[in-house]
Design a protein around this ligand. Structure first.
Ligand SMILES: C[S@@+](CC[C@H](N)C(=O)[O-])C[C@H]1O[C@@H](n2cnc3c(N)ncnc32)[C@H](O)[C@@H]1O
Length: 252
């Protein structure tokens, strides 16, 4: 039997959102992954360096999926619940997790790392990344792209023409180069995500707090109800995440 809007909302608002595990959405939403296989490539790169840093590690889930770490492996996380989670998950594997502020400077000396990585950073601190890399070192990351999940954002917030313009590949390339890095690879893919009930949408918006900034239900109640009706009628709501793969090198 179909559950009502109010039931779905109450359940989604009560669900814990700590960590970076999305299994709560199993059967209720899907998200296509980029073809380049970020985690596999991350593992291959970590196997060839002696000192690496993962920025915005979240609950450490992605890093924990690689088979081996270099002799020096550090990770930073600014949100306290995730810093604790990442420490519990990665500490036993020898990774030092450091809780930092959400802005530079990060607590590392210049030229400390051969490899700096990040998946879905909230902000890319290009100059700080360049500072921490040894000459010849690499930044390898998967960033959000422009207009990511724009159909979802606009259905909740209304028209948003400039959504994520600073994440355009050309802008990311220019920002990296301005920090003194050379682009080795920079690619974007537009993917597909589907939501099968309004509870899944609300859970997603609570977990990815930057999608609709300062998201709470009250200001968007009418639009969420309308979205619920669309999902009931169509069976799903389709939106498109965009992702940018970045590999950049510090000249050396
Ligand atoms: C999009 S997450 C990516 C985490 C990880 N790199 C990954 O790909 O799984 C980026 C950052 O957002 C932080 N974050 C998640 N939920 C948050 C919240 N409710 N408040 C503040 N920061 C949050 C995470 O802890 C993480 O540092």
């Amino acid at each position: 039997m179909r559950r009502s809007f109010d039931e779905l909302m109450a359940e989604a608002l009560a669900a814990p959102v700590v960590g970076w595990d999305f299994s709560w959405l199993d059967g209720r939403a899907t998200e296509q992954r980029p073809s380049w296989g970020y985690q596999r490539q991350l593992g291959a790169r970590l196997a060839t360096v002696s000192a690496a840093l993962d920025i915005y590690t979240g609950g450490g889930e992605v890093l924990d999926g690689v088979p081996s770490f270099p002799p020096t492996m550090a990770a930073t996380e600014s949100w306290p619940p995730n810093a604790a989670l990442a420490t519990r998950r990665l500490g036993p594997r020898g990774v030092v997790v450091i809780r930092t502020r959400d802005e530079p400077p990060l607590p590392f000396a210049a030229e400390a790392f051969d490899l700096v990585t990040s998946r879905h950073p909230i902000t890319v601190w290009w100059s700080e990344i360049a500072r921490m890399l040894r000459p010849g070192g690499t930044y390898f990351a998967q960033h959000p792209g422009p207009a990511t999940v724009c159909e979802l954002v606009e259905s909740v917030m209304g028209p948003h023409p400039e959504l994520g313009a600073h994440l355009q590949p050309a802008v990311q390339r220019a920002d990296a180069q301005a920090a003194g890095l050379q682009i080795v690879d920079l690619r974007m893919e537009k993917l597909r995500a589907e939501f099968f009930d309004i509870g899944a949408v609300v859970y997603f918006l609570r977990k990815l707090i930057w999608t609709v900034p300062d998201f709470t239900v009250e200001p968007y109640y009418g639009r969420l109800r309308a979205l619920h009706d669309i999902i009931e009628a169509d069976g799903r709501f389709v939106t498109h995440p965009t992702r940018v793969l970045v590999e950049a090198r510090k000249p050396g």
